[in-house]
Design a protein around this ligand. Structure first.
Ligand code: DCM
Ligand code: MG
Ligand code: MG
Ligand code: MG
Length: 250
């Protein structure tokens, strides 16, 4: 979820500049990621859907266009999209915006976030030319910490020398202007880039495609921004510790 207040209060553990520049110049694959989940940060959410789309640097530097000159999604991309039984109730708001419910997930016999799911994610990432940079919208405050928490639950991690980038913080930082809350949500940014609202907001795949198109639209700026502002995956703190009880429970 895109929250201006949450974004500004995040601890920024930036990779030291020289090594970050070396890393970013070397990124050969950008993996766009979005999670749907049972609620917001303070709900101690669990993942209900995950989508990753991997795009090689070549396609970001050489975007395809149609006859009218409009940007096309890259023809060459790898995609993984999975629904996950979150094992806890979705908030009514989360169900309303995502279309995911405990009922439709269990009716379709979806499995929970498991060690074998982590194996799929690792296999997907290992297939990409390294080094890889994950990109998520508000990722530093929501998607990356939540994924860390789920990985911690099953005592796994994503190996390798992964880096990550928050497109929400990048867009705000690149503008250098203070804009009101809501200005940098995925759908508002997309609307400003393409003159129409995106389809399938709050579907993990829909949001990843929206993010990918925004990134393509501003690829030179994003690729440059990534040099100084990516974090190492190791420096992402889990959103919460699944072993400790909720505030107020203890
Ligand atoms: N979310 C929420 N309430 C909102 C916005 C988001 O509970 N008003 C939660 C449920 C979504 C998750 O955040 O699945 C990710 O949001 P997004 O669809 O923006 O990626
Ligand atoms: Mg949102
Ligand atoms: Mg999201
Ligand atoms: Mg989403």
């Amino acid at each position: 979820e895109t929250s201006d207040t949450a974004a500004s209060s995040s601890p920024s553990v930036l990779v030291s500049a020289p090594s970050a520049i070396k890393m970013a110049q070397a990124f050969q694959t950008y993996v766009f990621l979005d999670l749907e989940a049972t609620g917001l940060r303070y709900d101690r959410p669990r993942i209900a859907e995950i989508c990753l789309i991997a795009v090689n640097l070549h396609s970001l530097e050489n975007p395809e266009r149609d006859e009218a000159g409009d940007l096309l999604p890259p023809r060459i991309l790898d995609k993984i999209c999975l629904c996950v039984d979150p094992l806890i109730p979705l908030t009514p708001k989360a169900t309303q915006i995502t279309g995911l419910s405990n009922k439709n997930l269990s009716n379709n016999q979806k499995q929970s976030f498991s060690s074998s799911l982590v194996g799929l994610l690792q296999g997907f990432l290992e297939r990409q030319v390294q080094p890889v940079c994950l990109v998520a919208h508000n990722g530093f405050n929501y998607d990356f910490p939540l994924l860390k928490t789920e990985l911690q639950r099953v005592q796994r991690d994503l190996g390798g020398s992964l880096a990550c980038l928050d497109s929400y913080q990048a867009l705000r930082g690149m503008d250098k202007a203070v804009s009101s809350k809501g200005y940098y949500t995925l759908s508002e940014v997309y609307q400003r880039c393409f003159g129409r609202y995106p389809q399938q907001s709050h579907y993990a795949e829909g949001d990843v495609l929206t993010l990918l198109m925004i990134f393509l639209h501003k690829a030179p700026d994003f690729l440059h921004w990534a040099c100084d502002h990516c974090k190492s995956w190791e420096d992402i703190e889990p959103m919460y510790n699944p072993q400790t009880p909720e505030k107020g429970e203890d």
